[in-house]
Design a protein around this ligand. Sequence first.
Ligand SMILES: NC(=O)c1ccc[n+]([C@@H]2O[C@H](COP(=O)([O-])OP(=O)(O)OC[C@H]3O[C@@H](n4cnc5c(N)ncnc54)[C@H](O)[C@@H]3O)[C@@H](O)[C@H]2O)c1
Ligand SMILES: [Zn+2]
Ligand SMILES: [Zn+2]
Length: 367
Amino acid sequence: MRAAVHEGRDHLVLVDDLDVEEPRPGEVLVSVSHCGICHSDLSFLDAGLGSDQPIVLGHEAAGTVEAVGPGVTTTVPGDRVLLTPLAPCGHCYWCARGEPTACESAHAFLGGTRPDGSTPFSRGGDPVLRGVGVGAFCEQTVVPESGVVRLDFDTPLDVACVLGCAIQTGVGAVVNTAGVEAGATVLVTGLGGIGISVVQGARLAGALQVIVSDPVAERREAALHFGATLAIDPLVDDVPARVLEATGGVGVDYAFEAAGVAALVSTCLDATRRHGTTVVVGVDATMATTELLPVMLALQGKRILGTLLGDCHPQRDIPMLVAAWRAGRLDLEGMVSHRLDLAEVNEGMDRLRQAAGIRTVLEVAGS
Ligand SMILES: NC(=O)c1ccc[n+]([C@@H]2O[C@H](COP(=O)([O-])OP(=O)(O)OC[C@H]3O[C@@H](n4cnc5c(N)ncnc54)[C@H](O)[C@@H]3O)[C@@H](O)[C@H]2O)c1
Ligand SMILES: [Zn+2]
Ligand SMILES: [Zn+2]
């Protein structure tokens, strides 16, 4: 199969000899139609995420089920599906608690393997890891049954794919993690696919003020189109000061760090009101730290929450997000600013480095 493999360098290597196993019990084989490029993929290249083993990245994908392993009951060959990273096992301690993004198996997937340490991919007999439980920069992948969510046959996979990471993470951070209520005030720092999805989530939740910040003018303009009410250039203005000014000296109820820049967590804390909530969505893969003043947290009752994949329950939340899109309340088409072939994946990575557009989607195998 054709695939783009990360071998520890600053670019992906295009190969045409990647092997994928037949699905094991409880697994499905999916032909990947389209896959978006997320900053978490780029962090493997630029910030050294991952191990020394080769890995197939790409975790924001949709495709068609080709074959199912023994015991699979919820999908059949020919189904159009969204692939969801971190497929929950459904029966571990965390799943039983209703916290699927903390699932034991899902966290093994974060490391690039199944829980037993194996991977469905190999090249010349040597194992190749499957990125974030999906591995979709590749014509076909094998994932757990719970890692696919069926889509109606008329769902366009080239835009639906952004549900897999950006939308689940951004809207989920608002709705599931923070529980933003109607009338709330919100700040979003960082306006890539994730931040724009937070903006969309805030609008969906009925937030009245959605203040955004990003040094890239095009992205600030895009955010205004997606429902932001005020855009701040952090290179020109002091963000917490502008936020205080815009909220009658109070600060926002919720601030979302969606850039993956550690220092912005402090910016968000400074911009939230007393008893306000900061949600850390971005992943600063450089492992940078930021200074916090615990005494201020205590005295002002501020909260900090982290979120992985927006704390989504894929089988519950993906159909809800699709319904929101069909009702015209979620804009998926507008998220896809560029389309490239899988062979042009490195150009897509460069576009992401330059913060060009919002999401680049790769056409992998067509459908
Ligand atoms: N928590 C999760 O489950 C999860 C899921 C997916 C992605 N992520 C992370 O979310 C982050 C964003 O991903 P993306 O794909 O949207 O990335 P992206 O590169 O498209 O967007 C990041 C944006 O942050 C902006 N930015 C940089 N410095 C800034 C500053 N000082 N103030 C305001 N904005 C600033 C950039 O200009 C850019 O527009 C990444 O760290 C990614 O790894 C987290
Ligand atoms: Zn992602
Ligand atoms: Zn589990």
